[in-house]
Structures are given as structure tokens and as C-alpha cells.
Design a protein around this ligand. Structure first.
Ligand SMILES: C[S@@+](CC[C@H](N)C(=O)[O-])C[C@H]1O[C@@H](n2cnc3c(N)ncnc32)[C@H](O)[C@@H]1O
Length: 256
């Protein structure tokens, strides 16, 4: 590990807004703040919003600035990235921000029933070959149901046609109420001022994809508690610019 990373990790240990629970830790020790984030950390009754796969935490920090009456928690496994958002929130004195370093696979160990109001998925890895790891798969929707309020909101902002198309089918197949959907966010008319302000927050990955001329896609939908969820059974063209994720021996152009 580089010196810079080691320094960031050491600094993170001292940050009061960071909770580090890689799998090896949580396996042995239950997370005692589960169900008590508001009273024990935020010291208020405000709603909680998660950014899953937050990277450097741009959405977590900027939304917290825009909405002081809402609590925001960024979740990622990569500590060196999270360091940036955590430090910025501390420096700015944002008391409505926390970061949780863990694997999203075990996210339901950290939040109790109805503890979370909304989830943001920002430029998530599309996981084209592995639906089980896709953050908008029904596998993850079922996980989210353990702690998201009935009808809680899920936002997906992505460059990936694959992930966006898959999620569209997933939403349709399960009749999840879709509130808004655009395949080209920055060339869509009729978006109100407040929504525009939120959606123009740009993450590290977003800036890179925009520089490469890719469309930014966005949708938001409700996730009700009722009803068994089914995986969509469709073949979707792979994102060709993500060839580094493709098995070299495979000539597949589509995936489920
Ligand atoms: C493509 S990056 C996007 C980061 C950030 N949202 C942005 O837009 O710049 C995906 C992020 O998700 C995180 N991630 C992916 N799968 C994860 C998992 N199972 N648990 C925790 N973090 C995960 C990665 O560490 C990475 O930081």
C-alpha cells in the first residue's frame, strides 16, 4: 500500500464521522448502532438517506449541504476514496453526514426496519456478468426492504446503458412505481429547478464519463414492501466501452 493511502487510513481512524466495518469485523461484533443512528449519532429525528457505492462521497456531502434537515450516510468498501468526503464533511462542520466503510453485500446488518427513507446509487458498477452483485438486482432490492420504509425512494444515476436498461426491466417486471426516467439527463427539458440542482451534483466517475461524451441516465422509483420480486428475463447489449470487464475468451455481446 502506498504511503498516501496508509496516511489516509490512519487519519480515517480519527474521523468521528466514519464507521469502519469490513466483513471480518462485523462477523464477530454486532453493529450496536443498528436501529439507533438517529439517537446515537445524528441526535435528531430527521430522515436518513444512503448513498451506496459512494466513492469519494460527492452526493453524500453535497446533498447534506442542500438539506440540513436530512441525515446522509455514504457507504463504500474503499477507504481511501471515502476519506475525501469524510474530511470535507468534517471541515465544513456538516453534522448530518456519516460514512460507513463496509461491503454493501452485508448492508442490512447496519440498519433496522424502516430506518432509511431513500437510497442513491451513483455510477454503480454495472456488473454485466453477475446479476447477483448488481445493486439494482432483485437480490439487492430484497436486502434494501429490510431497512427501507415502505415505498422508499431509490435513485439511480449512471452512464451505463446496460445497468439502466436492466433496471428499467426490473422496475417494469415488478410494477414498481416509476417517478421519473431520462436517458439523457443534461438534455432533458421540464426538470424543475430543485431537481435540476440535485441532479447536477457531479461525482468523480460522472465527470470522467461526461468527458468521454457519454449520456448520463437517471431514474427514480419507489420500492414497496409488498409483493415477491422477480428477476427480469431479458438479454441486454453489453456496454462496449467497458471491454475491460469482459472475459477475453468470450465473444458475447449481450448478457442477462
Ligand atoms: C464506479 S465507482 C462509483 C463511485 C462514486 N459513486 C462516483 O460516482 O464517483 C463504484 C463504487 O462502488 C463501490 N462498491 C462496489 N461494490 C461494492 C460493494 N459490494 N460494497 C461496497 N462498495 C462497493 C466501489 O468501491 C466504488 O467506490
Amino acid at each position: 500500500m502506498g504511503k498516501g493511502k496508509l496516511q489516509k487510513f490512519a487519519e480515517m481512524e480519527t474521523f468521528s464521522n466514519v464507521f469502519q466495518y469490513p466483513f471480518s469485523v462485523i462477523e464477530n461484533v454486532p453493529f450496536e448502532m443498528k436501529g439507533h443512528w438517529r439517537e446515537q449519532y445524528f441526535h435528531n429525528d430527521n430522515p436518513i438517506v444512503l448513498e451506496l457505492g459512494c466513492g469519494k462521497g460527492e452526493y453524500t456531502v453535497e446533498l447534506a449541504r442542500l438539506y440540513p434537515q436530512v441525515n446522509f450516510i455514504g457507504v463504500d468498501i474503499k477507504g481511501a476514496r471515502m476519506h475525501k468526503g469524510a474530511k470535507e464533511a468534517l471541515t465544513a462542520g456538516l453534522s448530518n453526514v456519516a460514512f460507513l466503510r463496509t461491503n454493501i453485500e452485508i448492508i442490512d446488518r447496519f440498519f433496522a426496519k424502516d430506518e432509511v427513507q431513500e437510497i442513491w446509487l451513483t455510477f454503480s458498477d454495472p456488473q454485466m456478468k453477475n446479476p447477483r452483485k448488481r445493486l439494482t438486482s432483485t437480490y439487492f432490492m430484497n436486502r434494501y426492504r429490510h431497512f427501507l420504509v415502505d415505498g422508499g425512494l431509490i435513485h439511480l444515476k449512471t452512464d451505463s446503458n446496460f445497468l439502466f436498461t436492466y433496471t428499467t426491466y426490473m422496475v417494469e417486471a415488478n410494477r414498481l412505481p416509476l417517478l421519473f426516467r431520462t436517458e439523457d439527463l443534461y438534455h432533458t427539458d421540464g426538470i424543475d429547478e430543485e431537481t435540476r440542482k440535485i441532479l447536477s451534483i457531479q461525482t468523480f466517475y460522472e465527470a470522467q464519463w461526461i468527458a468521454r461524451g457519454l449520456n448520463i441516465r437517471y431514474m427514480k422509483f419507489h420500492l414497496p414492501q409488498q409483493g415477491e420480486l422477480v428477476e427480469p428475463d431479458v438479454e441486454i447489449p453489453l456496454d462496449d466501452y467497458r471491454s475491460f470487464h469482459r472475459d477475453k475468451r468470450s465473444s458475447l455481446e449481450t448478457s442477462k
